[in-house]
Design a protein around this ligand. Structure first.
Ligand code: DAH
Length: 332
């Protein structure tokens, strides 16, 4: 039949899926001509109907399979075109992405570590869950020593504890017995404390230098800490104030002239003109003894990283370091 061949040709020549749908409806839709032909069947004589119905069904099948073929071809064509036209350029820079902000605590850690690594100090880490011996006993803080109260401790049921300072790494390093020792130990420490200037988890950097005989003394300590504090804070005055730590004798606390008021007195330095920034001293004899070292001398120091970061960046609530607020991080 001529008209069937024409439609079959039309189907073959289709270029768009939506034209195919049009054509399909014009054949099979409610008002489609094949639908009409089928409903006309009832108007023809019984003898003729059988043959016409068979012809119509043949045509229907031909058209259906031709439409299916055309649909598959057109779908593949449209997908190919889509893939060709919609390239994703993965190297394209998106201005909406946040850059990788450094956390002020990490930035401060890096600065401290940079200085000491430059001075040939090695980096040592110790466990966060410590035993009483390394955290207290060996550091000359026997049970019931009042200085233990300064470091309100988190205990586990088995007597282990969360280390209250990084000083136990001193003991662990000295226990290995290799001289000379020149290490810093950065890391997290834990105390039961929470206010504007205290958080239950905070960070310290411990330092320890030990060598044979009387080779290490307070003058070495004084030199390195003065140099370090100038590296951190620029042109500040530095003073060593006599103090007490159980693990050092003599001990000192180190102050810098207030970086906010330049020493004339302000709220941050409580009108003293000075800011306390670290503790230090000459390692006490019984600390060496507890660690198994004889005929050695050494110095140690410890500092709080949050304290440094607060001063360096003018942050006055330490807790804001741990609130993971992007608006804080975006400033670094
Ligand atoms: N461990 C002390 C603290 O947490 C800090 C410290 C002071 C460490 C003096 C030292 C030191 O090594 O010599 O407060």
């Amino acid at each position: 039949m001529e008209w069937v061949d024409k439609i079959l040709k039309d189907i073959k020549n289709l270029e768009h899926l939506k034209d195919l749908e049009h054509l399909r409806l014009s054949i099979f839709g409610k008002k489609g001509f094949l639908t009409k032909e089928f409903s006309n069947l009832k108007n023809i004589s019984d003898e003729a109907r059988k043959k016409v119905a068979k012809d119509l069904n043949d045509i229907k099948q031909k058209l259906e399979s031709s439409l299916l073929e055309a649909r598959e071809k057109l779908e593949k064509m449209e997908l190919d075109n889509k893939i060709k036209s919609q390239k994703i350029d993965v190297s394209l820079f998106s201005p909406d992405l946040s850059p990788n902000y450094g956390h002020p605590i990490n930035i401060t850690f890096d600065r401290i570590i940079d200085y000491f690594v430059g001075m040939d100090f090695a980096i040592r880490y110790g466990p966060l869950v410590e035993d009483d011996f390394h955290n207290f006993e060996a550091l000359n803080l026997p049970k019931f020593h009042p200085a233990r109260d300064m470091q309100d401790t988190f205990y586990f049921n088995d007597g282990k504890l969360l280390r209250t300072h990084t000083s136990p790494v001193q003991i662990r390093t000295m226990e290995e017995g290799n001289l000379p020792i020149r290490i810093i130990s950065p890391g997290a420490v834990f105390r039961r404390d929470y206010d504007m200037t205290h958080s239950p988890m905070f960070h310290q950097v411990e330092g320890l230098v030990v060598d044979k005989d009387r080779d290490v003394n307070f003058a070495h300590l004084k030199f390195i800490l003065e140099d370090f504090l100038k590296y951190m804070f620029g042109d500040v005055k530095i003073r060593f104030r006599s103090s007490f730590f159980p693990f050092t004798e003599p001990s000192a606390e180190v102050d810098i002239s207030c970086i906010f008021c330049k020493g004339s007195g302000c709220r941050v330095c409580s009108n003293t003109g000075w800011l306390e920034v670290l503790g230090c001293g000459v390692v006490a004899d019984n600390v060496f003894e507890a660690s198994g070292l004889k005929n050695v001398s050494g110095y140690a120091f410890g500092m709080g990283v949050e304290r440094f970061a607060m001063l360096l960046y003018g942050v006055n609530d330490l807790r804001s370091f741990f609130e993971t607020d992007l608006r804080l991080l975006e400033q670094f």
